[in-house]
Design a protein around this ligand. Structure first.
Ligand code: UDX
Length: 436
């Protein structure tokens, strides 16, 4: 099937390459010429496991190409909108500038019967407004088809999603839209992937409520960690024990420095802002508490470091392990790990941060930080070691080897990902979050 993907960021680049991998004929379009040049060479503009491989193989077959020219969307039957919806500057709401620009730019190139499929996360009510715009300017239809991919597993999540959601209009237009999406996702549907066919508003809300639920789950366990801390309880064991209840589940119950990234933080804020616009602010008022609990975890990690150093970090050497908002990603958007490093630097600590993938973007954003890709170099002479992204190489560090290069013997486990007993046995003072 011929399709275009408008916006080639984390979402769009992966979607375009994955659709080509599934056998479709895809053009990815973006206004960023440097990004398009890289993608055209088969290079991923960000770290995502498996993406370079499918970019190269699909480009070689001729089924995948990239362009900066919206006119290249012409002739495709389905046009995916995969541009970003960041937080508006100085506000909580989502910024729809890129979505609006993508639709306006696309309309002149749409043919009768084409389907525009929105993937970007948008405030509920956006699709209905865009559908009117599209039908006023063309004979094309709109569907809202949210995306649930996780960074680090984005290719796998796109090729074999755990569910598909189609938000479509009623009547014949809806049947036509569904038939086209069924063709797009024929491989996943043949494997009995659950499909929910619904209206625009439900499809839009599915995405934001899924992210709100995940954020709530993380802040719930972090709140329990705060209580565990003052009672001597162990939040990790608590999470294991409640997680055995199938109604609760163990996933997303890892207490630590909290959630970050390009989705969860801004999505809960945009959801709150939209609910307030709709006169239903009280319905999701708890999300403000979820946000506050989450942001508090960064303070707690910084405070643990300050306490570990006797109340003053000035000119003390701190090794910060992790910059990305989670492992297997180089994404530093709203990263708690980067925030901890920046704050400690601001307090006058001599911070050296390390991350297997995220030092390059971190250096661009915070040139004042001392960064290295060599973990041992970061640990050299450290008075305190702080783990804030649970990369495998950090989880598997040998505490005896680390003790040989560090000066101090205090480790702050901001992700509760280290083997506390092994570090203590090697002579370290171990502090986790909500762990005795
Ligand atoms: C999220 C959703 O999971 C995905 O479905 C949606 O499409 C986009 O937003 P992503 O941003 O890639 O995906 O990250 P996710 O894996 O959800 O992690 C978000 C943050 O929560 C990370 O900072 C992670 O470290 C943190 N987290 C996750 C915890 O602190 N504890 C946990 O138990 C799980």
């Amino acid at each position: 099937m011929k399709m275009s993907v408008i916006g080639c960021g984390y979402l769009g680049a992966v979607h375009a390459a994955s659709m080509a991998e599934l056998g479709h004929d895809v053009v990815g379009i973006d206004v960023d010429a440097a990004k398009i040049a890289m993608l055209s060479r088969g290079e991923a503009p960000f770290f995502e496991p498996g993406l370079p491989e499918i970019l190269t193989s699909s480009i070689a077959t001729g089924r995948l190409r990239f362009s900066t020219d919206m006119a290249d969307a012409q002739g495709s039957q389905v046009h995916f909108i995969a541009v970003g919806t960041p937080q508006r500057k100085g506000e909580q709401a989502a910024d729809l500038t890129y979505v609006n620009a993508a639709i306006d730019g696309l309309i002149p190139f749409l043919s009768d019967g084409d389907l525009v499929a929105g993937k970007s996360t948008v405030p509920v009510g956006t699709a209905a407004r865009l559908a009117e715009k599209i039908s006023a300017g063309s004979g094309a239809l709109l569907a809202w088809n949210p995306e649930f991919l996780r960074e680090g597993f984005a290719v796998q999540d796109t090729i074999a999603p755990d569910r598909l959601v189609y938000g479509i209009p009623s009547g014949d237009a809806g049947s036509h839209a569904k038939a086209l999406l069924d063709e797009v996702y024929a491989t996943a549907l043949s494997k009995d992937t659950p499909l929910v066919v619904t209206d625009y508003a439900t499809a839009e809300l599915v995405k934001v409520s899924a992210n709100a639920f995940l954020a709530t789950k993380i802040s719930f366990i972090n709140a329990m960690a705060e209580i565990a801390e003052v009672t001597g309880a162990d939040v990790t064991q608590l999470a294991d024990a409640i997680g055995f209840d199938a109604r609760i589940g163990r996933k997303f119950l890892n207490a630590g420095v909290g959630f970050g990234g390009g989705c969860l933080p801004k999505d809960i804020r945009a959801f709150t802002a939209r609910a307030e616009e709709l006169g239903r602010g009280e319905s999701v008022a708890f999300l403000k508490e979820v946000d506050a609990i989450n942001l508090r975890q960064r303070d707690r990690v910084v405070q643990l470091v300050v306490d570990a150093l006797g109340g003053n970090v000035y000119q003390k050497k701190v090794a910060v392990l992790g910059l990305a908002f989670k492992p297997n990603s180089d994404d530093i958007r709203d990263s708690p790990a980067l925030d901890v490093a920046v704050r400690l630097h601001g307090l006058g600590a001599d911070v050296t941060s390390t991350d297997p993938e995220a030092t390059v973007p971190a250096r661009r954003l915070h040139p004042q930080l001392s960064l290295t890709e060599d973990t041992m170099e970061a640990l050299e002479g450290a008075d305190v070691v702080v783990v804030v992204t649970e990369w495998k190489e950090f989880r598997e560090l040998d505490p005896v080897a680390v003790a040989a290069v560090a000066r101090g013997a205090i480790v702050i486990d901001g992700r509760n990902c280290l083997d506390a007993a092994a570090w203590r046995d090697a002579g370290w003072t171990y502090r986790g979050l909500g762990r005795p």
